[in-house]
Ligand binder design. Structure first.
Ligand SMILES: NC(=O)c1ccc[n+]([C@@H]2O[C@H](COP(=O)([O-])OP(=O)(O)OC[C@H]3O[C@@H](n4cnc5c(N)ncnc54)[C@H](OP(=O)(O)O)[C@@H]3O)[C@@H](O)[C@H]2O)c1
Length: 290
């Protein structure tokens, strides 16, 4: 991993922090994309203490703001010649009260799906500029519990449920990976993963029934170190640099559920995301120009 530049979102906490630390320890230049300066600085200090070099940077952005995603991406694009690895790791779950991002998107769908979609689009030229690029999307087995509805991704029509929206957003991560894998140039791969049930800071602000169950279950969950293993595997192993469009669990490619394996869902989600964000991202070549 020496000389690789790795951008990791949510790198100040839990799985993202361990992923950043381990990639830095293996010699990578790590760019921590975080929203909270104080927490990010603390995590950076921890990483610097053990990684053996000083190539660890912070770029601040709240992923619930398109403006902040755009200005963070602009900084990354200006300051780095290439990106070898992008880990879309940041994610959240909310209570059963529907909140929106700065731009009016449902919060969980916005931060967990639209933000990595947009960030990847904005950083793509620098990923393509790398000899080999690797985009890793942290999803979840929770996708299996989604009531996936392409016509109501933001829970405007249905009764709002924080857990259900989270499950649907994690299904979006797998669909995004599936479609992205088809559209990327050959030297760039992308895979999604489930980290395991991890005793991180995840769910700490959730006071619904799920939040309470999650807290009670913490002593039985795996550590952030164990939870980061599959992310690190995809960033460092031969398989992680050759497989593409796949979903991994415990370092093995596994089949996601039916909704997450649907080419139709993957393509429609892509189109809907482009419309919502008003961007064009790796357009498919039309039959006549192909
Ligand atoms: N923990 C689990 O059991 C589990 C299971 C399956 C999948 N996952 C997935 O694993 C990923 C990492 O979660 P974790 O367990 O490590 O949880 P965590 O400790 O809560 O870390 C989540 C990270 O995401 C960041 N984040 C959240 N909202 C953000 C926003 N609006 N803008 C920028 N950053 C934001 C957090 O920043 P702050 O520190 O500032 O809040 C934090 O750095 C998530 O995508 C999650 O869905 C977790």
């Amino acid at each position: 991993m020496k000389d690789k530049i790795c951008v990791i979102t949510g790198a100040n906490s839990g799985i993202g922090k361990i992923t950043a630390r381990e990639l830095a320890k293996q010699g990578s230049h790590v760019v921590m994309l975080c929203r909270n300066e104080e927490k990010a600085e603390q995590a950076k200090e921890e990483i610097l203490r053990i990684c053996g070099h000083s190539r660890v940077d912070i770029i601040l952005a709240d992923l619930a703001s398109i403006e902040q995603i755009r200005s963070a991406a602009e900084r990354v694009n200006k300051e780095y010649p290439k990106i070898d690895v992008l880990v879309n790791n940041a994610g959240l779950m909310t209570d059963n009260k529907r909140n929106t991002t700065e731009d009016g998107f449902e919060m969980t769908f916005g931060v967990n799906h639209l933000a990595p979609f947009l960030l990847t689009q904005l950083l793509l030229d620098k990923i393509v500029a790398s000899e080999q690029g690797n985009i890793i999307n942290v999803s979840s087995e929770a996708h299996r519990f989604a009531s996936f509805d392409l016509t109501d991704l933001q829970y405007e029509k249905r009764k709002y449920n924080g857990l259900k929206v989270y499950c649907s957003s994690k299904l979006c991560n797998i669909l995004f990976t599936r479609e992205l894998g088809k559209r990327l140039p050959k030297h760039v791969v992308t895979n999604a993963l489930h980290p395991g049930a991890v005793a991180s800071n995840f769910g700490s602000g959730v006071s619904s029934f799920f939040g309470i169950v999650f807290k009670l279950a913490k002593p039985f969950m795996i550590s952030a170190e164990e939870g980061a293993e599959t992310s690190i595997y995809l960033a460092t192993s031969d398989e992680g640099w050759t497989a593409s469009g796949k979903y991994f669990k415990e370092k093995k490619a596994v089949k996601p559920n039916k909704d997450a394996s649907s080419d139709y869902n993957a393509q429609r989600l892509w189109e809907v995301s482009e419309e919502l964000l008003q961007v064009e991202f790796l357009p498919k070549k039309s039959a006549s120009s192909a």
